[in-house]
Structures are given as structure tokens and as C-alpha cells.
Design a binder for this molecule. Structure first.
Ligand SMILES: [Zn+2]
Ligand SMILES: [Zn+2]
Length: 93
């Protein structure tokens, strides 16, 4: 019983702290198919935050990824990890 309630609260908080945001960009720069997507994921744990971006084409498999860790020391001052490094969009909502 205790385990079940723990699992429920865990999945609830995980969902709220890990919004998944995918947008269809249109034509793939490699194969031209119109299903090229831009995905954003945010991972947050105590003391660490990771913003992850992915451009991906399900047709030809072309993929680009970039992740920014809040504990990285090579991020420029004022750098905004909530901007896609590939297309420049920001997360929805
Ligand atoms: Zn493609
Ligand atoms: Zn993008």
C-alpha cells in the first residue's frame, strides 16, 4: 500500500517536472520529408537541471541533440537554455 502511494506521487511529480514538448518543424534538411521534429525535455533533480533539445527525422534518421546542465561551467553568462540551439524556438507554454 505504501509502495503504491509512493509510486503515484513519484510519477505525478516526475510528470510536472519533465514537460515533454515536441513541435513539428516541417521539411527535413537531409531528406525533405515533412516530419522533422524539434523536442524539448527538462530534467530537474535536487541541485541539477538539464535542458535537452533534439531535432529528429523519423524518415531518414537524421538527429541532432544538445543538452545543457545547470552545473556546467562552460555556459556563457546570461545564456538561456530554454532556446533551441538548432532552430531558436522556445518551449511551449
Ligand atoms: Zn530526414
Ligand atoms: Zn529546434
Amino acid at each position: 500500500m505504501v509502495r503504491d502511494s509512493n509510486r503515484f506521487s513519484l510519477s505525478t511529480s516526475a510528470r510536472s517536472s519533465m514537460p515533454r514538448d515536441r513541435r513539428i518543424l516541417g521539411a527535413c534538411p537531409h531528406c525533405g520529408q515533412a516530419s522533422y521534429t524539434c523536442s524539448y525535455n527538462l530534467f530537474q533533480t535536487a541541485g541539477l537541471r538539464i535542458d535537452s533539445w533534439e531535432h529528429k527525422c523519423p524518415d531518414c534518421g537524421h538527429r541532432e541533440t544538445q543538452a545543457y546542465r545547470s552545473d556546467a561551467d562552460d555556459l556563457a553568462e546570461g545564456f538561456d537554455p530554454e532556446v533551441c540551439p538548432f532552430c531558436g524556438r522556445e518551449p511551449l507554454g
